[in-house]
Design a protein around this ligand. Structure first.
Ligand code: DGL
Length: 269
């Protein structure tokens, strides 16, 4: 039986999921958080569903072993193709992916208008976002575009400037043509490109950040189950990676705007 004092597990293929950790920490500062970046298997977004499922389940089992009270799958690709494998691997721990919260928020604000999705190739191929949006808005038209250059641009710190603008100009014109006014940022890295993406699209286009929505849902889930930790001093944060802690620390500084200390190296088989 879980206790409110237990930590929350958050995982991603690398440092990108720190955007989700940041949103969770902002909403629930008192919670202890354990983050795992599966840097040995990064990127998930260009791998087969089978490889993503296997890697994700191994990380989930590792985090379950740390006594977590809930698991957040911060990686969109993993949420898209591996959620049921992860749930099976860690049952009865509640597992929250980022697809449902993002899709729900988009369906709500789009009010029947078209919804755009930008994501990795694997997430787009899975069709998970269109399925989730259509569950809530069956008549909505959902247009998905894979943007494989966005992740390496963010990892290199190129969030603005000609290369980022060039990538936006390559991937986003269809959304303008089809008058999309609601766009889901369906990848951990894309919130960092918000201003480049926003500037390319029509004024007033709403950009849905799945991470922010997931933090809201996580809080509701913890309250429902009596697992929300009472307010106290700031919770502890621990970071694990499956490869190259130094690079993770460097990227963490970029994603969070501050250091996370040294991540602990742990191989997940
Ligand atoms: N974390 C991945 C996602 O949100 C992006 C990086 C990767 O491809 O592993 O889909």
């Amino acid at each position: 039986m879980s206790s409110p004092r237990a930590p929350i597990g958050i995982f991603d293929s690398g440092a990108g999921g720190l955007t989700v950790l940041k949103a969770v920490a902002r909403r629930m500062p008192a919670e202890d958080l354990i983050y795992f970046g599966d840097t040995a298997n990064l990127p998930y977004g260009s791998k087969s569903p089978r490889a993503v499922r296997r890697a994700s389940a191994a990380v989930a089992r590792f985090l379950a072993g740390k006594g977590i009270k809930a698991l957040v799958v911060a990686c969109n690709t993993s949420s898209a193709v591996a959620l049921s494998d992860i749930r099976r691997a860690v049952a009865p721990i509640p597992v929250l992916g980022v697809i449902e919260p993002g899709a729900r928020a988009a369906a709500k604000v789009a009010c029947g208008g078209p919804v755009g999705v930008v994501a990795t190739s694997a997430t787009v191929a899975s069709g998970a976002y269109p399925r989730a949006v259509k569950m809530r808005a069956p008549r909505a038209r959902v247009i998905s575009v894979a943007c494989p250059l966005f992740v390496p641009l963010v990892e290199e710190g190129l969030w603005s400037g000609p290369l980022a603008r060039g990538a936006a100009a390559r991937y986003l014109p269809r959304f303008k043509r089809e008058r999309v006014k609601t766009l889901i940022l369906g990848c951990t890295h894309y919130p960092l490109l918000k201003s480049v993406i926003g500037r390319f699209l029509d004024r007033g286009t709403r950009l849905i950040d799945s991470g922010e929505e997931t933090a809201l849902e996580l809080e509701a889930l913890l309250i429902r189950r009596g697992l929300r930790r009472a307010a106290r001093a700031r919770g502890r944060r621990r970071f694990y990676v499956s490869d190259d802690p130094e690079r993770f620390s460097l990227l963490a500084r970029r994603f969070l705007g501050r250091g996370v200390g040294r991540a602990v190296l742990h191989a997940c088989e």
